[in-house]
Design a protein around this ligand. Sequence first.
Ligand code: DHB
Ligand code: FE
Length: 297
Amino acid sequence: MPARITASVYTSHVPAIGAALDHGKTHEPYWQKVFGGYEASKRWIAAHRPDVVFLVYNDHATSFSLEIIPTFAIGTAAEFAVADEGWGPRPVPKVIGHPELAAHIAQSVIQDEFDLTIVNKMDVDHGLTVPLSLMFGQRDPVQGAWPCKVIPFAVNVVQYPVPSGRRCFMLGQAIRKAIEAYDEPLNVQIWGTGGMSHQLQGPRAGLINREWDNRFLDRLIDDPAGLAEVPHIEYVREAGSEGIELVMWLIARGAMADVARGAKADAARGAPKAKVAHRFYHVPASNTAVGHLILEN
Ligand code: DHB
Ligand code: FE
């Protein structure tokens, strides 16, 4: 039996959420409004435990400086150390990779014309660890471990030019094809992180756009191919300079069965639309709007 992508998860990765978790502030009223939106998610993932999470995120100049800026980087290592900017490395377990599946995906996706950067050693920051904490809860950094393997997939949304939504969506389709051709019965989830609207710099710092964010969520569910045509400048104009992180969600969405292409599309044509298992939106967390969605195949 081959591996299967069973669900996609989308969530903001705000570093202050990690700090709130790590410093025991989750019960403060401000943070309760954020964490309350993830209670259903923790129950859901306990019932749908993945073997591997393919985790799309962006590095925040933690592992990649401005000296080397890969557009798409796949982590093929056996493990990844936790590091960060700002508050520093979070006290969470190291991340265990899946080198065989990652190498298989790299082979397939690169032959499918997406030029990934292969990264055999890298540290992972809040972009990756905050979503893990939100979905799985806090884990002891020494005794504990994350309950699944993780393939980190870093996308450049920090230094222009950034990849287009269309390319991200098509890359997701290629990732699906790769995973479904891996000959081991793994339950794989694909996660897209970052967003929603936020701007951390310049005269528009603090920008939030609830209407645009919620329309993005609507279209991600019902019209992902149309949403993929939105140019990067609209993200920046409507969702702020850091709102561009949302293009990464299109990689995860492109990997769902209802938008599969190529040989698999025939089988998938009759397949039902992705099912919404959970949806949550809240303002504010730190300087951002928090958005969260779980879609099942
Ligand atoms: C903030 C949000 C981010 O996504 C990030 O990467 C860094 C900071 C913020 O809200 O301050
Ligand atoms: Fe970020």
